[in-house]
Design a binder for this molecule. Structure first.
Ligand code: ASP
Ligand code: MG
Length: 416
């Protein structure tokens, strides 16, 4: 049994959805679970909807835009046979609208999961019906009844015991060879919707693969595998043929948007290979992630933009001691703010975080009670894994460097 994961860009228009259909048709004999993300940038649009809703701005316009975007895909996929899928999609949009109109919950993260998770319900509903239409009978599964997490909204931790049991009960392959289900979303034991963190669909694929002892997981992308740099930013890049699980975790930790970091561990534990392949060229080899890397890995470049460098200093110019660090990190943890880089000096520490947290201002305000805070916004965090001096020179030339950190294999720079 194999797991295929299709991300948002692999289904971003009706042609891509048809292409997905063709890929699955070519593997018709094999038992497959399709794990699917929201279409294109729907998750981002749902985030915008949510923010407008909470800011009491005109969220209806955003809602209607998301709705029409999905409905506009239907004529090309279904021709005159749209009624069933139309009805189902309407039900989902009605449910979302009803939620927004009646919601009393104030907790941002809870409301986030309840709203943003709809993207995957929309996409899999369309896909399920489209596959039926091209004679690929399949079973649509609501994964929220199967993958169970704790109450860490927006970053749900899987409760393996019930999840394991549910998955085995649901994905039996007794009466079908093909399942269609959602990535990214889950629920608590009390049926409250949760999510596994942005880009979490890869992780969903890994959870299913792990429990069901899948033969492999394939992540279908718009690129031909994992590259040494983002082709959209850097002119020079190469495909890496083989990466070890370990190396992949390191890369995603540093911010490479290859695979969601949580994906690797379950696969590694059961030695399940992960293929990253192009949905444009399914016959091409792609990258395989397993126990071994290529013998010589070239420098791999990872750039994270929109970073904030926060420098924190005790007001009395005393040394930074363990108590300070522990206080600061527990404040970060309380707010679910991830630190991308940490530097410890005698009288200050520096943190680099993504400029995406609503809680950032609250964090700074609270810190200011005891510390002097300086921060710079709009910085980039450049990581060069397997660096060479030449690569460092080339990529940092003419930039203002705020922080520099090197280990044996990795060089990192916070720069403009
Ligand atoms: N749709 C979700 C996101 O955009 C999950 C995923 O794509 O993996 O973050
Ligand atoms: Mg994705």
């Amino acid at each position: 049994m194999k797991i295929y994961k299709f991300g948002g860009s692999s289904i971003h228009n009706s042609d891509h959805i048809k292409n997905l259909g063709n890929i699955v048709l070519q593997h018709k004999q094999e038992p497959i679970i399709l794990v699917v993300s929201a279409i294109d940038k729907t998750t981002n649009h749902l985030e915008k909807l949510l923010n407008a809703y909470l800011d009491k701005a005109d969220y209806e316009a955003i809602f209607l835009k998301i709705k029409s975007f999905h409905f506009e895909l239907l004529p090309d996929l279904f021709g005159d046979e749209q009624t069933v899928v139309e009805t189902e999609l309407n039900k989902l949009f009605d449910a979302l609208w009803h939620f927004l109109e009646t919601n009393k919950e104030k907790d941002y993260d809870r409301v986030y999961d309840a709203v943003v998770g709809y993207g995957e319900l929309f996409s899999t509903t369309i896909l399920h019906h489209y596959l039926v239409k091209i004679n690929l009978s399949n079973k649509w599964i609501d994964i929220r009844k199967t993958i169970i997490t704790d109450f860490s909204f927006r970053e749900g931790n899987v409760l393996w015991l019930p999840t394991n049991k549910n998955i085995k009960e649901v994905f039996t392959f007794n009466d079908t060879n093909l399942y269609v289900t959602q990535g990214f979303i889950a629920a608590t034991l009390t049926h409250q919707p949760t999510t596994l963190g942005r880009e979490g669909s890869d992780f969903t694929a890994a959870i299913l693969a792990y429990v069901l002892n899948a033969e492999s997981v394939t992540v279908w992308k718009d690129v031909e595998g994992i590259y040494t740099a983002d082709p959209k930013i850097f002119p020079e890049y190469k495909k890496v043929k083989r990466l070890s699980y370990h190396e992949t975790v390191e890369l995603s930790y540093f911010g490479a948007q290859v695979i969601h970091p949580k994906t690797i561990k379950p696969l590694e534990n059961k030695n399940i290979p992960l293929f990253v392949k192009s949905f444009y060229k399914p016959e091409n080899e792609g990258t395989v992630i397993s126990t071994k890397s290529d013998i010589k890995i070239p420098p791999i470049i990872i750039l994270k933009e929109n970073q904030i460098l926060v420098t924190i200093q005790p007001k009395d110019f005393s040394f930074i001691v363990e108590e300070h660090i522990s206080l600061i990190f527990s404040m970060l943890a309380d707010r679910n703010i991830n630190v991308n880089l940490f530097q410890h000096g005698a009288i200050s520490i520096s943190l680099v975080i993504d400029d995406k947290y609503r809680q950032f201002d609250g964090f700074v305000n609270e810190l200011q009670e005891n510390f002097k805070i300086l921060f710079n916004k709009n910085l980039s965090l450049l990581t060069i894994r397997h660096y060479t001096e030449g690569k460092i020179k080339e990529l940092t030339a003419g930039k203002q460097i705020f922080v520099e950190q090197r280990t044996r294999k990795t060089a990192r720079f916070v720069l403009t």
